[in-house]
Ligand binder design. Structure first.
Ligand code: SF4
Length: 345
């Protein structure tokens, strides 16, 4: 299997106690079987603590029981008691891997970092090299998915990347072109027609942008399971700003990075879902919500801007229920149709 990594990947190092929004808070940590088997062998007071502070949740997962919204092993020095007492190698798989994400497509595996980690978000947003996976087209047909479809998706993703990367245009225009192009890709997926065609003729967006009301996008985000009240406050402010203000193009550089992150993280999932538009609609949502959050807040430092983007990912992406709700809306709510979204950007 071939593995693909972005350049910034190797530079990631957890900043632990210096982290401004640790992954040790807000989330339940799911403990894998191997780690649990080891924890059951730990003797003494720490062994008792491990036993007392793990439980099986409503989904049947074994988790560390959070205390005041924090991992019970995250101590007052903002360090991990498991790391300190047992060593890094005995962190459970969830903690060992975060924020690294691996997307395994049998013939190849693409690796990336999650925006939900502030240090990973900083690395991605500040990287000076423009990153794109150089994933080869597949020739081996011995996999349990349709290789013609995968190659069609890889070509369409590469073209979408090129559209998003056309820095001669404002980001909003690049996003409109990506959406228009992928509406055509979606038509072809629906018809199971994976033959090559001239991609470039479908980026010509004839729909005039009316900058219509985007209340429904904020409405969807307010219905998500939001963990942090200050994020809810940001959401409210941004929602009011969306009535009268516009998204400043001074954040276009950030949006280019965010859009490519969503593209690489979600686009190829269409190999199972046959839905490429969800990945692009996620970019539209992130652009509208983060765009109004940043544009409505005055005098944010660069660090604060990065935290707004990181928090959006932590709140929106890293919950199965939130993802399910968003994808349902994308599929069935006509306000989220490609045609309606094109008028909005
Ligand atoms: S969010 Fe990232 S930098 Fe912060 S504690 Fe977790 S892995 Fe480390």
């Amino acid at each position: 299997m071939k593995h693909f990594y972005p350049d910034y990947y190797k530079n990631f190092k957890c900043v632990a106690a210096e982290c401004p929004d640790s992954c040790c808070k807000d989330w339940d940590v799911v403990v894998d079987d191997d780690s649990q088997a080891f924890y059951e062998t730990v003797k003494g007071d720490f062994g008792k603590k491990l036993k007392n502070l793990t439980a099986v949740d409503g989904d049947g997962d074994r988790i560390f029981v959070s205390q005041n919204g924090k991992c019970p092993f995250w101590n007052s020095q903002k360090l991990c008691d498991i790391f300190t007492n047992l060593g890094e190698e005995h962190l459970c798989a969830t903690c060992r891997s975060f924020p690294r994400i691996s997307q395994d497509y049998t013939l190849f595996c693409e690796h990336m970092l999650s925006f939900a980690c502030p240090e990973a978000a900083r690395l991605m947003l500040e990287a000076d090299k423009n990153f794109c996976y150089q994933t080869d087209l597949c020739t081996d047909k011995s996999v349990d998915y349709n290789v013609d479809l995968m190659n069609f998706l890889l070509n369409a993703r590469k073209f979408t990347f090129e559209v998003l990367n056309n820095l001669t245009l404002p980001f909003a225009e690049r996003l409109r072109q990506s959406l228009a192009f992928n509406a055509e890709i979606q038509n072809r997926l629906d018809d199971e027609n994976y033959s090559p065609f001239d991609f470039s003729q479908f980026t010509d967006v004839s729909v005039t942008s009316h900058k219509s009301d985007c209340t429904f996008i904020f409405g969807l985000h307010k219905r998500l399971d939001i963990m942090d009240n200050s994020f809810r406050g940001f959401l409210e402010n941004a929602s009011s700003h969306a009535y009268c203000g516009k998204i400043s193009d001074r954040y276009d550089k950030y949006f280019s990075v965010i859009a490519k992150y969503y593209l690489f993280r979600y686009y190829l999932t269409a190999i199972d879902s046959f839905d490429v538009l969800s990945a692009i609609k996620r970019i539209v949502c992130a652009y509208i919500v983060i765009g109004h959050m940043l544009s409505s807040a005055k005098d944010l430092t660069t660090e604060q801007q990065i935290l707004v983007i990181q928090r959006y990912s932590k709140e929106v992406e890293h919950s199965y229920e939130n993802s399910e709700l968003m994808e349902e809306e994308f599929l069935f709510n006509p306000e989220f149709s490609a045609g309606h979204l094109l008028k909005l950007i």
